[in-house]
Structure formats: C-alpha cells, structure tokens
Design a protein around this ligand. Structure first.
Ligand SMILES: NC(=O)c1ccc[n+]([C@@H]2O[C@H](COP(=O)([O-])OP(=O)(O)OC[C@H]3O[C@@H](n4cnc5c(N)ncnc54)[C@H](OP(=O)(O)O)[C@@H]3O)[C@@H](O)[C@H]2O)c1
Length: 399
C-alpha cells in the first residue's frame, strides 16, 4: 500500500475490471466508480483486491444505492470542504468559479441541506451586477459570494431549535448560495419534497412557483371560470403561472414566442397567442387578470384588455432602469386610484411551498425543465439563461 493510502476492497468490477489484484490505484478512481466525488484528494492511492463472488455482488448492489445518498455526503463533510460556485467579480458569467470552500456551519435556528439540485432565476442573473451588490451592502444585507437560491436536497443537520425537519428528510425550498454541495436555511423556507418529483423537478419550483401562486391566488384572487392572460408565458415563472391559473380553475390565454406555443398548449393553456405575429391588445378580447411577466408593454396597454374590475399583476422587471422606476411609481399611484394595478414582490413562505407540493402531488403542477447542467457548468447555464429563450427552467444538478 502506498504511504497515505487506504486498503480498499473492490468487490464489483466498476472501472477496475482490468486491474490485477494488489495493484495500487488512485482512491478517487474507486470512489468515482461508486458515484462519489471527494472534495479534496487527501487520499492518494489505494491497494485494490478485486473479487467478484455473487454474495459480494449482492452486497454491493445494496451499498451502491446507499453510498451516493448517505456515505458520500459524510465523506465530503469529513474532508471539510465542499464544491461551490463562487462569484469573483461582476458583469458576466465568466466571474463564476467552481471552488473548494468550507461548508456552511449549522446554527441553532438553521437547517443544513445536502443539495441535490438547484435552479436559475432572473434574480441570480441580476446578482452578477455590481450595482446590486452595492445597494445590498448599503442597506446592510450584503450579497453572499455563492450564487443560487432555489434548491432541493436532503437534510444533513438541524440546529437545536429546529422542530419540523430531521436529518434524512427530502426537502425543497430557498436558501442563500445553493449552487453548492451544502447550504443552510431556516425551516420557514423549506418544505418536504413532493413525493412524485425528482430532486431536479423540485428544485425548479420554489421561486417561480411561489411567484405564480402569490401573484395569481393571493394578489389577483383568481376565481374558477375567470379569464387570465399570461404575458411572456414560456419561461420559468410563466410555465408555473399557466399551470397555477389552470389549477385555480381559470381559462388561460398564454402569450409567448413562436417556439414555445406547443409547450404551453401541452401544459394546459386554453389559448396561445404568438407575440411575434399578433398584438394581444388588438384582439378585442377582455380578461379578468393580466399577469405580465414579459414587461415590454406599457401598463396602459395591458390595462386596455382588462374587464372593468380586472387586475393587472406586474411581475417582470423591464430591462431599462427608467422603465423599471416608471413601473414602480405607476403601480403605486394607480393602486391608490383604482386598485387594479398590482406590483408583485414574491416572498419565500413555507405555506406556499406546501401548496406547491400539494399541487404537484395532485398532478396539477409539473415543472417544465428546459436543460440540466452539472454544477461545474453553471457559467454555461447562465450564458444559456441570458438568451431569454428558455422554455421553462434551467436546473443545476449538484449530486
Ligand atoms: N415580482 C416578483 O416577485 C418576481 C419574482 C420572480 C421573477 N420575477 C421577474 O419575472 C421575470 C421572469 O423571470 P424568470 O425567472 O421566469 O425568467 P425566465 O425564465 O428567463 O423568463 C423570461 C420571460 O420573459 C419573457 N419574454 C422574453 N422576451 C419577451 C418579449 N419580447 N415579450 C414578452 N415576453 C418576453 C419570456 O416569455 P416567452 O418565453 O413566452 O418569450 C419568459 O417567460 C423577470 O423579469 C424576473 O425579474 C419577478
């Protein structure tokens, strides 16, 4: 055995089928065969004895299921480092780097989650901008170095004041710095993962799902039979909004680009308008609710298609700062005058995560995933996100 190495008995061929018994090979090769990634390479070499009895094979079949979910996280923590996407600068996805850093410590009121998957939101893209960091610092809430907010994973440790979760629970929710192997959060921002969903699907839900739910159910108070128009329906928030409005019993018109029309029909939109060919404000139809995600039409345009007591929910952020400020001021003034223009500012709430879970378990909500990227390819995932042409969500697979 090599100095600093470990004796490892490989009882199944994995990648070692051609390796003679007693050979020293990198221990990382063996762990890779078992689906384990070590955070650092403290163990250099291991002597290997290859054997393949039926009993050993049966044991390994069991072990292979347990190792990726239970033992790998322990090994990663034992090495006291984790992999994370750290922002090192501003401006473009090039500043996002995969690094080995210390895992977050669990405090009395927090839950540490071994992240299995995360997803990208417009909010994460905004964090690349220096001005956002400056504003956050000025208001005393500095932006953490690790990117990512949505996640799904397995509870790994709980503080002593945590009562609703325990290690081993499969959860989804919102935390700070989820493009990483571990993140901590409070129990108020977590819920048990919907049983039928994969970690990838569950990780797509928190921000986009809560935004759709809070905007349509709470702000617009959508009632069965009402007509709801979702403007800019093909992205992360949009695909949740269409399904949520349907789950609330509405008739849904989705306004989208040509390539997302079939997708939106497939998730339940009753009517689909291609905004590259038709102006929805000139159709002569009226809606009880307009849910504006696209944010490239004026609020007055959107209000023209509202019924007399209809509600305009402003969700998307216009790209230009002037337009954004105008939107915020307009919403404040018009809300006082008519009460029909509502600026949405979604929040992470456990009861809403639970409502999303129930919708998913009842088959009323099925997250739409456009692409999945491994953790190391987060910069590439951000570049794709920046195209603005995503059909549903972009998911980051961490495990
Ligand atoms: N108010 C809140 O609390 C809150 C919460 C979450 C997100 N947001 C905002 O909601 C927006 C979407 O966020 P996301 O995370 O869902 O991002 P996303 O997945 O990238 O979605 C972008 C959306 O913009 C639409 N869009 C792009 N170009 C358009 C155009 N020319 N005309 C109309 N629609 C267009 C897309 O619709 P098509 O695919 O149909 O083109 C797509 O639905 C962002 O502005 C974000 O800041 C607000």
């Amino acid at each position: 055995m090599a100095p600093g190495g470990a004796w490892v008995e490989a009882v199944d061929p994995f990648d070692l089928s051609g390796v003679p018994p007693g050979t020293s090979v990198p221990v990382t090769a063996i762990l890779a065969g078992l689906g384990i990634t070590l955070c650092d390479n403290r163990f250099e070499l291991a002597a290997v004895r290859v054997s393949r009895s039926p009993l050993q094979r049966a044991v390994m079949t069991l072990v292979r299921g347990v190792i990726p979910t239970r033992i790998a996280p322990m090994l990663a923590l034992a090495s006291n480092r984790m992999k994370a996407i750290v922002q090192n600068g501003y401006g473009s996805p090039d500043v996002l780097e995969l690094r080995d850093i210390d895992p977050p410590a669990v405090s009395d009121d927090t839950v540490r989650v071994r992240i299995r998957a995360a997803s990208i939101n417009a909010f994460d893209w905004g964090m690349l901008r220096r001005v956002v960091h400056v504003i956050a610092w000025l208001i005393g809430n500095p932006v953490p170095r690790i990117r990512g907010g949505d996640m799904a994973g397995v509870v790994d440790a709980c503080g002593r004041n945590v009562s609703r979760f325990k290690p081993g629970d499969e959860v989804f929710g919102i935390a700070r710095g989820t493009f990483a192997e571990y993140a901590t959060t409070t129990e108020a921002r977590l819920a048990l993962k919907p049983r039928p969903l994969t970690f990838e699907q569950a990780a797509a839900m928190p921000v986009a799902g809560c935004t759709a739910l809070q905007g349509l159910r709470d702000k617009a108070q959508v009632q069965p039979g009402q007509r709801v128009l979702i403007y800019g329906a093909g992205g992360g928030t949009g695909t949740f909004a269409v399904q949520t409005a349907k789950a609330l019993g509405a008739h849904v018109t989705a306004v989208t680009r040509t390539e997302h029309m079939d997708l939106l029909r497939s998730i339940g939109a009753d009517d689909v308008i291609d905004y590259t060919r038709e102006d929805f404000t000139r159709r002569g139809e009226c809606y009880d609710v307009v849910f504006d995600i696209g944010a490239d039409r004026s609020s007055a345009d959107c209000e023209r298609v509202l019924t007399p007591n209809g509600k305009l929910v402003l969700v998307g952020a216009p790209k230009r700062l002037g337009a954004l400020l105008g939107r915020i001021l307009g919403a404040l003034v018009m809300r006082r005058r008519r009460g029909g223009r509502i600026m949405l500012s979604a929040r992470a709430r456990q009861e809403d995560l639970v409502a999303l879970k129930e919708f998913a378990e009842a088959g009323k909500l099925s997250p739409v995933i456009d692409r999945t990227y491994p953790l190391r390819e987060v910069p590439e995932a951000f570049r794709y996100f920046a195209t603005g042409r995503i059909g549903g969500k972009i998911v980051i697979s961490v495990a």
